[in-house]
Design a binder for this molecule. Structure first.
Ligand SMILES: Cc1cc2nc3c(=O)[nH]c(=O)nc-3n(C[C@H](O)[C@H](O)[C@H](O)COP(=O)(O)OP(=O)(O)OC[C@H]3O[C@@H](n4cnc5c(N)ncnc54)[C@H](O)[C@@H]3O)c2cc1C
Length: 319
Protein backbone atom coordinates (compact mmCIF):
# COMPACT_ATOMS: atom_id res chain seq x y z
CA UNK A 1 0.00 0.00 0.00
CA UNK A 2 1.36 3.43 -0.95
CA UNK A 3 2.04 5.90 1.84
CA UNK A 4 1.04 9.54 1.48
CA UNK A 5 2.21 12.24 3.90
CA UNK A 6 0.14 15.43 3.81
CA UNK A 7 1.47 18.71 5.18
CA UNK A 8 -1.23 20.30 7.36
CA UNK A 9 -1.99 23.90 6.48
CA UNK A 10 -2.51 25.89 9.65
CA UNK A 11 -3.25 29.60 9.62
CA UNK A 12 -3.59 31.54 12.84
CA UNK A 13 -4.24 28.34 14.76
CA UNK A 14 -6.94 27.10 12.36
CA UNK A 15 -6.60 23.96 10.24
CA UNK A 16 -7.35 24.84 6.62
CA UNK A 17 -9.80 22.83 4.48
CA UNK A 18 -7.07 21.85 2.00
CA UNK A 19 -5.67 19.37 4.55
CA UNK A 20 -8.90 17.30 4.48
CA UNK A 21 -9.05 17.60 0.68
CA UNK A 22 -5.55 16.14 0.27
CA UNK A 23 -6.14 13.40 2.84
CA UNK A 24 -9.44 12.46 1.16
CA UNK A 25 -7.68 12.06 -2.18
CA UNK A 26 -4.94 9.96 -0.56
CA UNK A 27 -7.60 7.65 0.90
CA UNK A 28 -9.44 7.56 -2.45
CA UNK A 29 -6.33 6.14 -4.16
CA UNK A 30 -6.06 3.52 -1.42
CA UNK A 31 -3.04 5.00 0.36
CA UNK A 32 -2.06 4.86 4.02
CA UNK A 33 -2.25 8.43 5.27
CA UNK A 34 -0.22 10.54 7.65
CA UNK A 35 -0.17 14.25 8.31
CA UNK A 36 2.60 16.49 9.62
CA UNK A 37 1.55 19.58 11.58
CA UNK A 38 4.14 22.24 12.36
CA UNK A 39 3.76 25.27 14.61
CA UNK A 40 3.38 26.42 18.18
CA UNK A 41 0.50 25.33 20.43
CA UNK A 42 -0.91 23.06 17.76
CA UNK A 43 -1.42 19.90 19.81
CA UNK A 44 -5.03 20.95 20.35
CA UNK A 45 -5.54 20.45 16.61
CA UNK A 46 -4.86 16.69 16.85
CA UNK A 47 -8.62 15.75 16.88
CA UNK A 48 -9.12 17.90 13.77
CA UNK A 49 -6.19 16.17 12.06
CA UNK A 50 -7.73 12.77 12.81
CA UNK A 51 -11.16 13.91 11.61
CA UNK A 52 -9.56 15.22 8.42
CA UNK A 53 -8.59 11.63 7.55
CA UNK A 54 -5.04 11.00 8.81
CA UNK A 55 -4.03 7.66 10.31
CA UNK A 56 -0.78 8.96 11.83
CA UNK A 57 -0.15 12.50 13.08
CA UNK A 58 3.43 13.80 13.18
CA UNK A 59 3.46 16.83 15.45
CA UNK A 60 6.25 19.43 15.58
CA UNK A 61 5.03 21.74 18.34
CA UNK A 62 7.61 24.27 19.49
CA UNK A 63 7.50 28.01 20.32
CA UNK A 64 10.40 28.42 17.84
CA UNK A 65 8.06 27.22 15.07
CA UNK A 66 5.41 29.88 15.65
CA UNK A 67 6.53 31.91 12.64
CA UNK A 68 6.95 30.17 9.30
CA UNK A 69 10.59 29.65 8.38
CA UNK A 70 11.49 27.51 5.36
CA UNK A 71 14.60 25.81 6.81
CA UNK A 72 13.17 24.46 10.08
CA UNK A 73 9.81 23.65 8.46
CA UNK A 74 11.59 21.62 5.73
CA UNK A 75 13.55 19.70 8.42
CA UNK A 76 10.28 18.74 10.17
CA UNK A 77 8.71 17.48 6.92
CA UNK A 78 11.85 15.49 6.00
CA UNK A 79 11.94 13.96 9.50
CA UNK A 80 8.25 12.92 9.26
CA UNK A 81 8.66 11.62 5.69
CA UNK A 82 11.60 9.42 6.74
CA UNK A 83 9.88 8.07 9.86
CA UNK A 84 6.68 7.31 7.91
CA UNK A 85 8.50 5.92 4.84
CA UNK A 86 6.38 8.18 2.63
CA UNK A 87 6.14 7.42 -1.09
CA UNK A 88 4.49 10.78 -1.70
CA UNK A 89 4.59 14.06 0.21
CA UNK A 90 1.78 16.45 -0.66
CA UNK A 91 1.64 20.17 0.02
CA UNK A 92 -1.36 22.46 -0.40
CA UNK A 93 -1.20 25.40 -2.79
CA UNK A 94 0.03 27.96 -0.27
CA UNK A 95 3.04 30.24 -0.43
CA UNK A 96 4.66 28.29 2.41
CA UNK A 97 3.94 24.97 0.66
CA UNK A 98 5.46 26.22 -2.59
CA UNK A 99 8.53 27.43 -0.66
CA UNK A 100 9.14 24.27 1.37
CA UNK A 101 8.32 21.61 -1.28
CA UNK A 102 11.49 21.97 -3.42
CA UNK A 103 13.71 22.03 -0.32
CA UNK A 104 12.16 18.79 0.91
CA UNK A 105 12.52 17.20 -2.55
CA UNK A 106 16.21 18.18 -2.67
CA UNK A 107 16.88 16.77 0.80
CA UNK A 108 15.15 13.48 -0.07
CA UNK A 109 16.53 13.32 -3.65
CA UNK A 110 12.90 13.03 -4.73
CA UNK A 111 11.12 14.41 -7.78
CA UNK A 112 9.16 17.61 -7.23
CA UNK A 113 5.99 18.31 -9.23
CA UNK A 114 4.20 21.58 -8.66
CA UNK A 115 0.63 22.54 -9.48
CA UNK A 116 -0.63 18.97 -9.87
CA UNK A 117 -4.32 18.40 -10.50
CA UNK A 118 -4.36 14.61 -10.34
CA UNK A 119 -2.21 11.68 -9.33
CA UNK A 120 -2.37 7.99 -10.12
CA UNK A 121 -0.35 4.77 -9.97
CA UNK A 122 0.57 2.74 -13.07
CA UNK A 123 1.82 -0.39 -11.32
CA UNK A 124 4.56 0.94 -9.04
CA UNK A 125 5.04 4.07 -11.12
CA UNK A 126 3.57 7.36 -9.98
CA UNK A 127 2.05 9.62 -12.63
CA UNK A 128 0.70 13.14 -12.19
CA UNK A 129 -1.34 15.55 -14.28
CA UNK A 130 -0.29 19.20 -14.29
CA UNK A 131 -0.82 22.22 -16.51
CA UNK A 132 1.93 23.47 -18.82
CA UNK A 133 2.56 26.26 -21.34
CA UNK A 134 0.59 28.88 -19.42
CA UNK A 135 -2.25 26.41 -18.78
CA UNK A 136 -2.83 25.81 -22.49
CA UNK A 137 -2.26 22.06 -22.12
CA UNK A 138 -2.38 19.48 -19.37
CA UNK A 139 0.65 17.19 -19.26
CA UNK A 140 0.86 13.67 -17.88
CA UNK A 141 4.18 13.25 -16.12
CA UNK A 142 5.83 9.91 -15.25
CA UNK A 143 7.81 10.17 -12.04
CA UNK A 144 11.11 8.33 -12.29
CA UNK A 145 12.10 8.56 -8.63
CA UNK A 146 10.87 6.35 -5.80
CA UNK A 147 9.48 9.33 -3.90
CA UNK A 148 7.46 12.29 -5.12
CA UNK A 149 7.03 15.69 -3.51
CA UNK A 150 4.00 17.46 -4.96
CA UNK A 151 2.23 20.78 -4.59
CA UNK A 152 -1.47 20.27 -5.27
CA UNK A 153 -3.36 22.99 -7.14
CA UNK A 154 -6.06 24.75 -5.11
CA UNK A 155 -9.41 22.99 -5.37
CA UNK A 156 -8.03 20.03 -7.37
CA UNK A 157 -9.33 17.49 -4.85
CA UNK A 158 -12.57 17.47 -2.88
CA UNK A 159 -12.90 16.55 0.78
CA UNK A 160 -15.00 13.43 1.30
CA UNK A 161 -17.96 13.92 3.65
CA UNK A 162 -17.73 11.93 6.86
CA UNK A 163 -14.10 10.90 6.34
CA UNK A 164 -12.06 10.11 9.44
CA UNK A 165 -8.74 8.57 10.40
CA UNK A 166 -7.20 6.96 13.46
CA UNK A 167 -5.27 8.61 16.26
CA UNK A 168 -1.58 7.69 16.31
CA UNK A 169 0.45 10.69 17.44
CA UNK A 170 4.22 10.85 16.90
CA UNK A 171 6.01 13.86 18.37
CA UNK A 172 8.87 15.18 16.28
CA UNK A 173 11.96 16.64 17.93
CA UNK A 174 12.47 20.37 17.45
CA UNK A 175 14.53 21.23 14.40
CA UNK A 176 17.68 23.35 14.62
CA UNK A 177 16.84 27.04 14.14
CA UNK A 178 17.75 28.63 10.82
CA UNK A 179 20.85 30.68 11.63
CA UNK A 180 21.14 32.24 8.18
CA UNK A 181 17.75 33.93 8.19
CA UNK A 182 15.79 34.68 11.35
CA UNK A 183 12.15 35.64 10.79
CA UNK A 184 11.22 38.23 13.42
CA UNK A 185 7.72 39.21 12.32
CA UNK A 186 5.28 38.48 9.53
CA UNK A 187 3.41 41.54 8.35
CA UNK A 188 0.35 40.81 6.25
CA UNK A 189 -1.07 43.49 4.02
CA UNK A 190 -4.16 41.34 3.75
CA UNK A 191 -4.94 41.10 7.46
CA UNK A 192 -8.69 41.17 8.12
CA UNK A 193 -9.52 40.31 4.49
CA UNK A 194 -11.24 37.11 3.43
CA UNK A 195 -8.44 35.00 1.96
CA UNK A 196 -9.11 34.34 -1.74
CA UNK A 197 -7.69 30.82 -1.44
CA UNK A 198 -10.20 29.85 1.27
CA UNK A 199 -13.29 31.79 0.19
CA UNK A 200 -16.40 29.88 -0.79
CA UNK A 201 -17.39 32.73 -3.09
CA UNK A 202 -14.92 34.96 -4.94
CA UNK A 203 -15.97 38.12 -6.78
CA UNK A 204 -13.39 39.70 -9.06
CA UNK A 205 -13.48 43.13 -10.62
CA UNK A 206 -12.02 44.06 -14.00
CA UNK A 207 -11.29 47.09 -16.14
CA UNK A 208 -15.01 47.42 -16.93
CA UNK A 209 -15.36 49.00 -13.45
CA UNK A 210 -13.24 51.90 -14.78
CA UNK A 211 -12.14 53.59 -11.56
CA UNK A 212 -12.11 53.46 -7.74
CA UNK A 213 -15.85 54.22 -7.52
CA UNK A 214 -16.56 51.22 -9.77
CA UNK A 215 -14.25 49.01 -7.68
CA UNK A 216 -15.99 50.14 -4.48
CA UNK A 217 -19.40 49.34 -6.00
CA UNK A 218 -18.34 45.75 -6.80
CA UNK A 219 -16.68 45.45 -3.39
CA UNK A 220 -20.03 46.18 -1.72
CA UNK A 221 -21.50 43.17 -3.50
CA UNK A 222 -18.56 41.10 -2.23
CA UNK A 223 -19.21 42.36 1.30
CA UNK A 224 -22.93 41.49 1.03
CA UNK A 225 -22.05 37.91 0.06
CA UNK A 226 -19.12 37.65 2.50
CA UNK A 227 -17.05 36.79 -0.56
CA UNK A 228 -13.33 37.08 -1.20
CA UNK A 229 -12.66 40.15 -3.35
CA UNK A 230 -10.27 39.63 -6.27
CA UNK A 231 -9.21 41.43 -9.39
CA UNK A 232 -7.94 41.12 -12.93
CA UNK A 233 -4.42 42.31 -13.62
CA UNK A 234 -5.74 45.37 -15.43
CA UNK A 235 -7.06 46.80 -12.15
CA UNK A 236 -3.82 45.94 -10.34
CA UNK A 237 -1.75 47.63 -13.05
CA UNK A 238 -4.13 50.58 -12.87
CA UNK A 239 -3.38 50.96 -9.15
CA UNK A 240 -6.97 50.27 -8.06
CA UNK A 241 -6.31 46.88 -6.45
CA UNK A 242 -3.27 45.46 -4.61
CA UNK A 243 -1.28 42.71 -6.31
CA UNK A 244 -2.17 40.07 -3.72
CA UNK A 245 -5.76 40.33 -4.99
CA UNK A 246 -4.85 39.45 -8.58
CA UNK A 247 -6.39 36.23 -9.89
CA UNK A 248 -4.66 34.48 -12.76
CA UNK A 249 -1.53 32.99 -14.14
CA UNK A 250 0.71 35.52 -12.41
CA UNK A 251 -1.61 35.96 -9.43
CA UNK A 252 -3.63 33.63 -7.24
CA UNK A 253 -5.21 30.38 -8.41
CA UNK A 254 -8.68 30.07 -6.90
CA UNK A 255 -11.31 27.34 -7.03
CA UNK A 256 -14.31 28.54 -5.01
CA UNK A 257 -17.83 27.14 -5.18
CA UNK A 258 -18.92 30.33 -6.96
CA UNK A 259 -16.73 32.76 -8.94
CA UNK A 260 -18.28 36.00 -10.18
CA UNK A 261 -16.29 37.92 -12.82
CA UNK A 262 -17.49 41.50 -13.18
CA UNK A 263 -16.25 43.65 -16.07
CA UNK A 264 -13.54 41.12 -16.94
CA UNK A 265 -12.94 40.13 -20.58
CA UNK A 266 -11.69 36.59 -19.86
CA UNK A 267 -8.11 36.74 -21.15
CA UNK A 268 -6.38 33.35 -21.04
CA UNK A 269 -4.08 34.52 -18.24
CA UNK A 270 -7.06 35.44 -16.04
CA UNK A 271 -8.98 32.27 -16.86
CA UNK A 272 -5.92 30.21 -15.83
CA UNK A 273 -6.51 31.36 -12.26
CA UNK A 274 -10.25 30.72 -11.93
CA UNK A 275 -11.41 28.06 -14.37
CA UNK A 276 -11.35 25.39 -11.64
CA UNK A 277 -14.24 27.18 -9.87
CA UNK A 278 -17.34 24.99 -9.48
CA UNK A 279 -19.80 27.60 -10.85
CA UNK A 280 -18.81 30.72 -12.81
CA UNK A 281 -21.02 33.76 -13.35
CA UNK A 282 -19.87 36.61 -15.61
CA UNK A 283 -21.23 40.13 -15.93
CA UNK A 284 -20.07 41.90 -19.08
CA UNK A 285 -21.65 44.37 -21.45
CA UNK A 286 -20.08 42.69 -24.49
CA UNK A 287 -22.00 39.51 -25.44
CA UNK A 288 -18.89 38.33 -27.35
CA UNK A 289 -16.56 38.63 -24.33
CA UNK A 290 -14.48 35.41 -24.04
CA UNK A 291 -15.33 35.13 -20.33
CA UNK A 292 -18.76 33.82 -21.39
CA UNK A 293 -17.04 30.78 -22.98
CA UNK A 294 -15.96 29.55 -19.54
CA UNK A 295 -19.05 30.71 -17.63
CA UNK A 296 -21.98 28.63 -16.43
CA UNK A 297 -24.16 31.74 -16.19
CA UNK A 298 -23.80 35.09 -17.91
CA UNK A 299 -25.42 38.47 -17.56
CA UNK A 300 -24.96 40.74 -20.58
CA UNK A 301 -25.28 44.25 -19.24
CA UNK A 302 -23.66 47.32 -17.78
CA UNK A 303 -22.17 46.44 -14.40
CA UNK A 304 -23.16 49.84 -13.03
CA UNK A 305 -26.80 48.79 -13.54
CA UNK A 306 -26.44 45.05 -12.89
CA UNK A 307 -24.52 45.20 -9.59
CA UNK A 308 -27.12 47.35 -7.75
CA UNK A 309 -29.87 45.00 -9.01
CA UNK A 310 -27.95 41.96 -7.76
CA UNK A 311 -27.44 43.66 -4.38
CA UNK A 312 -31.12 44.51 -4.07
CA UNK A 313 -32.17 40.96 -5.02
CA UNK A 314 -29.76 39.44 -2.51
CA UNK A 315 -31.11 41.74 0.19
CA UNK A 316 -34.69 40.67 -0.67
CA UNK A 317 -33.80 36.96 -0.53
CA UNK A 318 -32.00 37.41 2.78
CA UNK A 319 -34.84 39.28 4.43
C1 LIG B 1 2.55 37.24 -18.99
C2 LIG B 1 1.20 37.77 -18.65
C3 LIG B 1 0.63 37.41 -17.44
C4 LIG B 1 -0.64 37.88 -17.10
N1 LIG B 1 -1.21 37.50 -15.90
C5 LIG B 1 -2.47 37.88 -15.63
C6 LIG B 1 -3.12 37.45 -14.43
O1 LIG B 1 -2.54 36.74 -13.59
N2 LIG B 1 -4.37 37.86 -14.22
C7 LIG B 1 -5.07 38.66 -15.10
O2 LIG B 1 -6.24 38.99 -14.83
N3 LIG B 1 -4.47 39.08 -16.21
C8 LIG B 1 -3.18 38.73 -16.51
N4 LIG B 1 -2.60 39.20 -17.63
C9 LIG B 1 -3.29 40.25 -18.41
C10 LIG B 1 -4.36 39.72 -19.34
O3 LIG B 1 -3.79 39.36 -20.57
C11 LIG B 1 -5.44 40.80 -19.59
O4 LIG B 1 -4.82 41.96 -20.10
C12 LIG B 1 -6.23 41.19 -18.34
O5 LIG B 1 -6.72 40.03 -17.71
C13 LIG B 1 -7.40 42.09 -18.76
O6 LIG B 1 -8.10 42.50 -17.63
P1 LIG B 1 -9.64 42.87 -17.76
O7 LIG B 1 -10.39 41.69 -18.27
O8 LIG B 1 -10.06 43.46 -16.47
O9 LIG B 1 -9.62 44.08 -18.82
P2 LIG B 1 -10.11 44.13 -20.33
O10 LIG B 1 -9.51 43.04 -21.13
O11 LIG B 1 -9.89 45.53 -20.77
O12 LIG B 1 -11.65 43.83 -20.23
C14 LIG B 1 -12.60 44.66 -19.67
C15 LIG B 1 -13.96 44.04 -19.91
O13 LIG B 1 -14.94 44.82 -19.27
C16 LIG B 1 -16.08 44.90 -20.10
N5 LIG B 1 -16.79 46.14 -19.74
C17 LIG B 1 -16.42 47.43 -19.98
N6 LIG B 1 -17.29 48.29 -19.42
C18 LIG B 1 -18.23 47.53 -18.80
C19 LIG B 1 -19.40 47.83 -18.06
N7 LIG B 1 -19.75 49.10 -17.79
N8 LIG B 1 -20.15 46.83 -17.60
C20 LIG B 1 -19.82 45.51 -17.85
N9 LIG B 1 -18.71 45.16 -18.57
C21 LIG B 1 -17.93 46.15 -19.01
C22 LIG B 1 -15.54 44.92 -21.52
O14 LIG B 1 -16.53 44.45 -22.42
C23 LIG B 1 -14.36 43.97 -21.39
O15 LIG B 1 -14.73 42.64 -21.72
C24 LIG B 1 -1.33 38.75 -17.99
C25 LIG B 1 -0.74 39.09 -19.20
C26 LIG B 1 0.50 38.61 -19.53
C27 LIG B 1 1.10 39.00 -20.84
Amino acid sequence: MAKVLVIAEIKQGVLKGSTAQLLSKAKAIGAETAVVAIGSNIELLIPNLVNAGSDTQYIADDPGLELFSAGPYSSCVVDAAKQFGADMIWFGFSESGKTVAPRVAAQLSAACATDITDVMFKGDQIEVIRPAIANKVMQRVKVNTKQLVAVVRAGAFDATEGISGTKNVVKLSSPAPDLKAVIRQIISEASGDIDLADANIVISVGRGAKDQAGVDLVKELANDLEAGFGSSRAMVDGGFMPHYKQVGQTGKIVAPTLYIAIGISGAIQHVAGMKGSKVILAVNKDPEAPIFNVSDYGIVGDLFEVVPILRAEIKKIRS
